[in-house]
Design a protein around this ligand. Structure first.
Ligand code: FPP
Length: 232
């Protein structure tokens, strides 16, 4: 969800106004994605690196997150949206943690659609955390490091009970992954759009999904193997 700051700057507004508008886009896209058939939407809301932003901005982002969670709780329950999180959420402010726990608990039985918030998330810290958890399991005799496979290791990632993403969209014209689901997105399709996050609409999402639908996912195979009998 990139481009909040630039959206605000273009309008001569403080950066936080861009984030505020960004939250409105979060609300719209959460339901737009479900309308368009998406089962799991993961939003990169706060990275481990984002703590290094100016103190005011970090505080404002945490404040917006708290307001957002308070406001959405009833909506998620009513509209059957399961909220999940990935990241070192234990390091978030107590008020945010409490609301996350409450929302996760109240929505945990909804199976059709999940909104996953990546909060205090970074792929490299995720790997470090997973290695620690895997090592502890190995020391306890529950894992055999000699037989370590991706299937065994992935169970220690924050995303253990989530499928890999099919599509990763980055807004605002940047063409980087920036420490987001680096392992899980190994075979994901990537869509980069110049649209700034506060301006991102359901139509932009539909366009990205249409683009995705045109792609041929080969997972290392040949085109003929993936689509036997279909001439190129
Ligand atoms: C990137 O834009 C955006 C962020 C670092 C934060 C995203 C947060 C929100 C949309 C609001 C809070 C989230 C929720 C779920 C309530 P940027 O600030 O890096 O933009 P810039 O690159 O144009 O400066």
């Amino acid at each position: 969800m990139d481009g909040n700051g630039r959206w605000a700057k273009q309008r001569g507004l403080p950066r936080i106004e861009g984030h505020r508008r960004g939250v409105e886009t979060v609300r719209t896209i959460t339901f737009a994605a479900r309308d368009l058939g998406v089962r799991i939407l993961t939003l990169y809301a706060f990275s481990v690196e984002n703590w290094n932003r100016p103190k005011d901005e970090v505080g404002a982002l945490m404040g917006l997150l708290e307001i957002y969670l308070k406001r959405e709780l009833d909506t998620f329950v009513r509209d059957r949206v399961r909220l999940r999180t990935i990241g070192r959420t234990q390091e978030l402010p107590a008020g945010v943690r409490r609301l996350l726990r409450l929302t996760e608990e109240k929505t945990k039985d909804f199976a059709d659609y999940s909104l996953v918030l990546a909060l205090n998330y970074g792929s490299r810290t995720e790997v470090a955390d997973a290695v620690q958890a895997y090592s502890a399991a190995a020391s306890a005799g529950r894992e055999d490091p000699k037989g370590c496979s991706w299937e065994a290791f992935r169970r220690y990632l924050y995303t253990a009970d989530l499928p890999d993403p099919d599509l990763v969209i980055r807004t605002s014209g940047e063409t980087r992954i920036s420490n987001f689901l680096a392992l899980q997105a190994a075979y994901a399709e990537l869509v980069f759009t110049p649209v700034l996050w506060p301006d991102f609409t359901k139509a932009d999402l539909a366009k990205a999904l249409a683009d995705y639908a045109q792609r041929e996912r080969r997972y290392g195979l040949t085109s003929e193997q993936v689509r036997p009998g279909v001439s190129p």
